[in-house]
Design a protein around this ligand. Structure first.
Ligand code: NAP
Ligand code: ZN
Length: 355
């Protein structure tokens, strides 16, 4: 066991603050990682504030982790000290259900173990995420990072990247396909970059008029202000696929109307409150579908990281110190993220040393 500095929420209503956690001594299959950077996902905020009603406190969020291997267990085959690695949203799964066998541990039928918020481990403990100085993870859930530099901007690929890559691939984003991305936040901006790199015609939907130029710079062929009915009307019945990343409940009909016959809108945003029920006629008239998607499996996460390294794709980030996390959450709630906060974990190490 090692005492590890971290930042935790102690209850739903309290801001995050310094907290010490225990990390296990690396076992035979474990990789010990010194955390360099951790991205800030809106799911961290939903969890810290118990917006999904399942938070176990103390809660140490963070599932966009990039760091350096410091030690490996004796049976570890694929990593060695000094390697640059990533950890995303999962640190374990059952390994024997159909989903795990298919490499889709994210859909483990016995429930995967989240990088934070458990569920509880065999020893009864919670799991603690990347808002901490180090982590110990089974090598099966450790990703190889081949980007040569800009590692802080690689961190968000571990959740925002894979959560958009997986549905874009599943629903065939590519040349000749018109793909919509709803919301230009952490997930949305990765969705725009990835759909563009896959060769699709990309249309960004945003509620923020001041993000139009950025949307185009990031790879959108067109940007639509989703609150403007006239702009929306120009796209009725034209989309093959829409990826909806919005973190708040909203009217889905406005987007369903834009799908072609047999088009699908995939929801990845996971708001605290349910969306108003969509109108059934919008679905049945054109055999449209609403779907969902949850992060991606480990194999696909490695594929996404390699795709991004090959295409020179990283996240657009704003680096923060650990102590500024609560301010970052407030800005995230105002859709004021350009386009992912990433914590420089040196700031936590310095803070812990000074304390
Ligand atoms: P984020 O950075 O806060 O981005 C969300 C974006 O949604 C905002 O920037 C804003 O974009 C738009 N938005 C916010 N409030 C809105 C409203 N009331 N109406 C319309 N648009 C609104 O969040 P994120 O980290 O990308 O996460 C997005 C959601 O995905 C969260 O709910 C998160 O928990 C969830 N998530 C799901 C998975 C999964 O596996 N399914 C994985 C990770 C995260 P504009 O300013 O452009 O409108
Ligand atoms: Zn996330």
């Amino acid at each position: 066991m090692s005492h590890t500095p971290a930042y935790a929420a102690q209850s739903a209503g309290k801001p995050l603050g310094p907290h010490t956690i225990e990390r296990r001594t690396p076992g035979a299959h474990d990789v010990a990682i010194d955390i360099k950077f951790c991205g800030v996902c809106h799911s961290d905020l939903h969890t810290a504030r118990n917006e999904w009603g399942n938070t176990r406190y103390p809660s140490v969020p963070g599932h966009e982790i990039v760091g350096t291997v410091t030690a490996v267990g004796k049976n570890v085959k694929h990593f060695k000290a000094g390697d640059t690695v990533g950890v995303g949203c999962m640190v374990d799964s059952c390994g024997h259900c159909d989903s795990c066998k298919a490499g889709e541990e994210n859909y483990c039928e016995n429930g995967f173990t989240g990088t934070y918020n458990g569920p509880a481990q065999a020893d009864g403990g919670n799991t603690y995420g990347g808002y901490s100085s180090n982590v110990v993870v089974d090598e099966k859930f450790v990703l190889r990072i081949t980007h040569k530099d800009d590692l802080a901007a690689v961190a968000p690929l571990l959740c925002a990247g894979i959560t958009t890559y997986s549905p874009l691939r599943h629903w065939g984003a590519g040349p000749g396909r018109k793909v919509g991305i709803v919301g230009l936040g952490g997930l949305g901006h990765m969705g725009v970059k990835l759909a563009h790199a896959m060769g699709a015609h990309v249309v960004l939907f945003t509620t923020s008029p001041n993000k139009v130029a950025d949307g185009k710079r990031l790879g959108a062929d067109e940007v639509v202000i989703s609150k403007d009915a006239d702009q929306m009307a120009q796209h009725v019945g034209s989309f093959d696929f829409i990826l909806n990343t919005v973190a708040a409940s909203h009217n889905l009909d406005a987007f369903l109307n834009l799908l072609k016959r047999d088009g699908t809108m995939c929801l990845v945003g996971a708001p605290e409150h349910p969306h108003p029920s969509p109108t059934v006629f919008n679905l049945i008239m054109k055999r449209r579908a609403i779907a969902g998607s949850l992060i991606g499996g480990i194999r696909e996460t490695q594929e996404m990281l390699d795709f991004c390294a090959e295409h020179g794709i990283v996240s657009d980030i704003e680096m923060i110190a650990m102590r500024d996390i609560n301010k970052a959450y407030e800005r995230m709630l105002k859709s004021d993220v350009k386009y992912r906060f990433v914590i420089d974990m040196q700031s936590l190490k310095d803070e812990a040393k000074a304390a």
